[in-house]
Ligand binder design. Structure first.
Ligand SMILES: CC(C)(COP(=O)(O)OP(=O)(O)OC[C@H]1O[C@@H](n2cnc3c(N)ncnc32)[C@H](O)[C@@H]1OP(=O)(O)O)[C@@H](O)C(=O)NCCC(=O)NCCS
Length: 324
């Protein structure tokens, strides 16, 4: 028995904001954004839309494709830093809406790496108890933390949520290895200063402290180095070589990072899944949304050996090797 991916789903706000829309509100250009990042448009939630509005349909799709009912789910792990509320957890909001009565629900706060961290926890639970059915969610409404006056961050991100149902089976899309890592010493390279206990929301709260701050160039270098390192670790644990990998689903943060990863792994871009042009960086949403699209559009074929790899705030990073 192995942990297997039984079904996937994803959802995003209907509202699409193009680079040309952004040109009207800040000093930027479609040309700069496409050349430096590969992003053409992103989904941005409208006022009132929240995490569970997208986590719920993504989870329902994943359950339907897994052939399971909400009441079959034993655990829900939601990789997110933007749940509906600071408390209860986003996973608890989804549990209530799904009617997943017997589930234990909790969030995994690892920024962009939240989904693969959740996958890692699910895989380890399943090694202890193969009868479990586990719903792993990843995604954000990250636009609430964007400063629309800061062109260096606002153009990069978008909102979306993905989900996958994991169980233990003899056959199926087998998760061969999941590896993770983090370095809290570098946390200030990518962070949101406020709303936590260090800078709580008080009467004189500075709204700027609600926004993402990032040292882009430094993050760029750490992203490539750590995604390569953790991918090699996952491959070694899976007993596979990089030559055997036939498809890569990388974190969708920057097209240049994706291309450099492909080069490091000596893979043609046709074997690398890309949807950053339509979504931007959806943080914990990039991997499950891409996985769902890769699975349902025919990009992933039976027999593919798939590498998932991600990097994010914390700093955190993770990779998984899946036999499709
Ligand atoms: C953010 C990122 C796209 C910036 O690209 P870059 O090539 O490093 O660009 P720089 O930050 O050096 O900026 C170059 C110039 O473009 C300008 N610029 C920045 N954002 C701009 C925008 N949206 N539109 C137009 N110009 C912009 C800068 O002001 C700078 O101008 P200057 O040379 O006159 O000072 C890139 O560093 C990146 O993607 N980093 C990794 C981000 C990441 O992965 N984050 C998430 C991890 S989960």
């Amino acid at each position: 028995m192995h942990s297997v991916i039984l079904g996937t789903g994803s959802a995003a706000p209907e509202n699409v904001v193009t680079n040309h829309d952004l040109e009207k509100i800040m000093d930027t250009s479609d040309e700069w954004i496409v050349q430096r990042t590969g992003i053409k448009s992103r989904h941005i939630s409208l006022p009132g839309e929240k995490f569970s509005d997208f986590a719920l349909p993504a989870s329902r799709l994943a359950l339907e494709r897994a052939g399971l009912e909400a009441t079959d789910i034993d655990f829900i792990f939601a990789g997110t830093m933007t749940p509906d509320y600071l408390m209860p957890a986003g996973a608890c909001s989804v549990q209530a809406l799904l009617g997943a009565e017997k589930a234990t629900a909790m969030d995994v706060c690892a920024a962009c790496s939240g989904f693969i961290y959740g996958l890692s926890i699910a895989d380890k639970y399943l090694r202890c108890d193969p009868t479990l059915n586990i719903l792993v969610i990843g995604g954000e409404i990250v636009s609430h933390h964007l400063d629309w006056d800061d062109r260096t961050t606002a153009v990069l991100f978008g909102d979306a949520v993905g989900a996958a149902v994991i169980g233990a089976r003899a056959d199926g899309h087998r998760i061969l290895a999941v590896e993770t890592g983090s370095n809290g010493n570098l946390g200030e390279l990518l962070y949101i200063q406020g709303t936590g206990s260090a800078t709580p929301v008080t009467r004189d709260f500075d709204i700027k402290d609600n926004y993402i701050q990032m040292r882009g160039r430094e993050i760029f270098k750490h992203a490539i180095k750590n995604m390569v390192e953790v991918s090699n670790r996952a491959l070694a644990n899976a007993g596979k070589t990089v030559e055997e990998i036939t498809k890569i689903i990388p974190h969708q943060a920057n097209m240049r990072i994706i291309e450099m990863l492909a080069k490091q792994f000596k893979k043609p871009m046709e074997e690398v899944f890309v949807n950053i042009d339509r979504y931007g960086n959806t943080s914990a949403g990039t991997i499950p949304v891409a996985l769902n699209e890769a699975a349902t559009t025919g990009f992933l074929e039976p027999g593919d050996l798939v590498l998932l790899t991600v990097f994010g705030g914390g700093l955190t990073w993770a990779a998984a090797v899946v036999e499709w």
